[in-house]
Write a protein that binds this ligand. Sequence first.
Ligand code: SF4
Length: 406
Amino acid sequence: MRHHSARPADGADALFGLDALGSGAPPHEDGTPGHDDSCERGAQDRPLFRDSPAARRLLPVRIVYAEPAAAASARGREILARFPDAEVVEVPSHWGIPGLHGNEGNVDRWVRVKGETLVLGERKTLTTRPNGRSADWIAPGASNGCAMACAYCYVPRRKGYANPVTVFTNIDAIIAHLARHIARQGRKPEPNQCDESAWVYDIGENGDCSVDALISDNTADLVRFFRQSRSAKASFATKFVNPDLLALDPRGRTRIRFSLMPPEDSRLLDIRTSPVDDRIAAAADFLDAGYEVHFNLSPVVLRPGWQEAWTEVLRQLDDVLPDRVKRQAACEVIMLTHNRELHEVNLGWHPRAEEVLWQPALQQGKRSENGALNVRYTNRVKAEAVQALRTLVAAHTPWLRIRYAF
Ligand code: SF4
């Protein structure tokens, strides 16, 4: 593939305009989310965005690699029925599919593979890991991989860089595991940076749950599961505004974290995602539909003019967001982590991204446990940048609590 300069200027590769958003349930008079038991039923009568031409353009699935048990499962059959024209290729494992995972031969068609290919598998390992920063726990994800193609994304590193979405069809087992884990924790003993009172489970570590909802009901099932919990809530970061999520009636037990960065950086780096303006504009709709709405200021990429660009983002948040969003908002600040192998892959398809991502004079390497060389801003550069961003937040969005910054 030639150089990708982010989405086309006509927006043809953007997902949809804001007019595609429904308004969700009306809020109560005090501004708190409004919803009752009929909310989801009524909303389900509306046509789903995932069946729209815009969604089909993002995911024109032509080939599905499927483990036999995954294809035969109820969730697998639902997914295959949604893409009746796709060729189905049986594979023994969702790992290591020749020509799909790994890097060779895929750089030139990486972005196309992400939209045209799906993988169905079963998650064999059901493990919830402690986190303590963004969430208390990292849940076993219901997917791995992403249809979007952010140039800095760490998700493909284990499977290879074409890494399209793998949907795990054994969602019942994932939810049963979570139910046991939550039950074992009991009540949260004291507030922490993750949440005042709920155990927070990140359900989207290795993908984007909003995009997953274009493919299957896995995200919906997780939102419905967590809305019944008194002691836990789900959390996921997203760069994609999927209006179908507005119908899920999460009752405050799912935190959606819209990732933000200056729009000019996003146009260069966040390939195939919803425009930043749309993510900000969607916040009130998601709050009114029953979500807790937070923001990820991430990744923060240092380049000439970065502080001015972030100032504009923060001013826009302050101008656009209604008070009811501001009252409950919080954010995470995450400085860019890059990777030498990803840098080399990106040089093959998106070298302009590397002009801002790869800054050896500002960065230091750190060998990870699996031998990969991760690259971060040096301790001094990072500390100064985090402090600068904290100062900007205090000046322009003093209502925006920073849950953590690193
Ligand atoms: S949306 Fe998230 S998971 Fe998807 S490519 Fe971008 S950073 Fe990776």
